[in-house]
Design a protein around this ligand. Structure first.
Ligand SMILES: [Cu+2]
Length: 469
């Protein structure tokens, strides 16, 4: 952090400082009093063999600090959204009504659907209009999510509160003996940092740093609740963690240093659980972990933390929880089949602030950057090259997300991926100058985006389009 701060100081020397001064470092300790909210499931109706969901994108008001209302955005509510849940093979139809005063789109992050159903910047929903997305779930069980993806206004809409979970189930997830009581021992955690001032208000883009590196906050919301408390049963708890932040990468761990098992990444279950003490999660990524609280006395307090900041308290209750052993095998191990690879491409993620680009180009709605063939597999080499900032920081300055495919990490700088990156993914962190090799297949037609998931970078053009024909 020190290195980065000095570095920023250098490039900010000539910049005017913003008039608003809010401490941007994490609070030293959490003042925890709010209970964790769990987003309810979105109601579905069945007709004609199709599950129908209805979403309203709307303005709202939220109180993160008592007595300090903040204008927010939500899906069917004041903030965030209800959880959509569907099974493999299920036909779904989702109507999305835009009740905002500005355009939006609704992207199904992590879902494999045709390009025209993807909810990217081409599927604009103007104020007052409704967009209908229909598709069949054709992929393994996973924790996915939905969020805005408009051309140039994604970051502010997510920051104000738009985002929801999209959980997928299949035969495998139904039969695995793991915690699966939604909200009890199978608990989603949408982690988002926000810049709070003392009066409980939230601020956006207050400094040059925010434009350059993306918007980072000084406090963490989990499921829209500031520094919450979760009461855990005395047993194993599955947390489905989504980094829904605009720009911050977390290294999550428990304050008592207890280990946990990672069971799933963005696109579904890992081949087998991976025991870890901390997990790096960049914006847009998801990890499902199993934390075991059975050895703690009722009343014990443990925190979920990042960089010394205890942002969520876990209180162990006396309720008996899930105590079964974790399965040794979680999903069929499906090794990367390089014999199917027909092409390789490079994606160079360059620059900062307004200079961001991929392979020297910035997003242009009228330009298709890459052409893929339906049913093929490719190798992608993705690398973050920071130019003048090369080597300036150990932080994650860019990451990479692709729509329309789930990929496998083949290697990082030629070395095999760590155990937690051996399952399906759609987003990867890019430490500076590390070549991340991915294997991706294209099984849906249409136009899809690939981009940095630091949302201020995405909005400033760090995005490209590929077409599958
Ligand atoms: Cu970036």
């Amino acid at each position: 952090m020190i290195n980065r701060r000095n570095f920023i100081k250098g490039i900010m020397a000539a910049a005017a400082l913003p008039s608003l001064t809010v401490s941007k470092s994490y609070a030293s300790a959490a003042k925890v009093e709010n209970m964790l909210a769990v987003p309810p499931l979105l109601e579905k109706t069945r007709s004609g063999g199709v599950s129908r969901f209805s979403i309203s994108v709307q303005e709202g008001v939220s109180e993160f600090v008592k007595g300090s209302p903040v204008n927010t955005l939500g899906y069917n509510g004041n903030l965030l959204g209800k959880t959509i849940r569907a099974k493999k093979g299920e036909k779904v139809s989702i109507s999305v009504k835009n009740n905002l005063k500005e355009h939006t789109t609704t992207h199904w992050h992590g879902l494999l659907v045709p390009g025209n159903m993807d909810g990217g910047p081409h599927q604009v929903i103007k104020p007052g209009e409704t967009w209908n997305a229909s598709f069949t779930i054709e992929q393994p069980a996973a924790t996915a999510w939905y969020h805005p993806h408009g051309d140039g206004n994604t970051a502010s809409q997510v920051y104000k509160g738009l985002g929801g979970l999209f959980l997928l189930d299949d035969e495998n997830s139904a039969k695995l003996d793991i915690p699966d009581e939604y909200g009890v021992n199978d608990v989603p955690l949408v982690i988002q940092d926000r810049l709070f001032s003392e009066d409980g208000q939230i601020h956006y883009l207050t400094s040059r740093q925010d434009y350059i590196f993306g918007m980072k906050g000084n406090k963490v919301l989990v499921n829209g609740v500031l520094e919450p408390t979760f009461e855990a049963p005395k047993g194993k708890v599955r947390f489905r963690i989504l980094n829904g932040s605009n720009a911050r990468t977390y290294n999550l761990y428990f304050s008592n240093k207890q280990s946990f098992d990672i069971i799933a990444s963005d696109g579904g279950f890992l081949p087998k659980p991976a025991k870890m003490n901390s997990i790096r999660i960049s914006p847009g990524e998801r990890y499902e972990i199993i934390a075991d609280f059975s050895a703690h006395k009722p009343g014990s307090e443990i925190y979920l933390a990042d960089s010394g900041y205890n942002f969520m308290k876990v209180i162990v209750s006396s309720k008996k929880g899930f105590t079964g052993a974790l399965p040794e095998k979680l999903a069929e191990y499906d090794p990367a089949d390089m014999s199917k690879v027909v092409a390789s491409r490079r994606f160079y993620m360059n620059g900062m602030g307004n200079m961001v680009n991929i392979n020297g180009r910035r997003m242009d709605m009228r330009r298709i950057n890459e052409y893929m063939t339906l049913g093929t597999t490719e190798i992608w080499n993705v690398v973050s090259r920071m130019g003048m900032m090369r080597g300036g920081s150990s932080d994650i300055l860019h990451n990479f997300h692709a729509h329309g495919t789930l990929f496998k990490v083949i290697s990082r700088n030629g070395k095999p991926p760590a155990p937690e990156e051996r399952g399906w993914k759609d987003t990867v962190a890019l430490p500076d100058n590390e070549v991340v090799q991915l294997m991706a297949s294209f099984n849906h037609k249409g136009i899809f985006m690939y981009h940095c998931h630091i949302l201020e970078h995405e909005d400033r053009g760090m995005m490209g389009q590929y077409i599958v024909k």
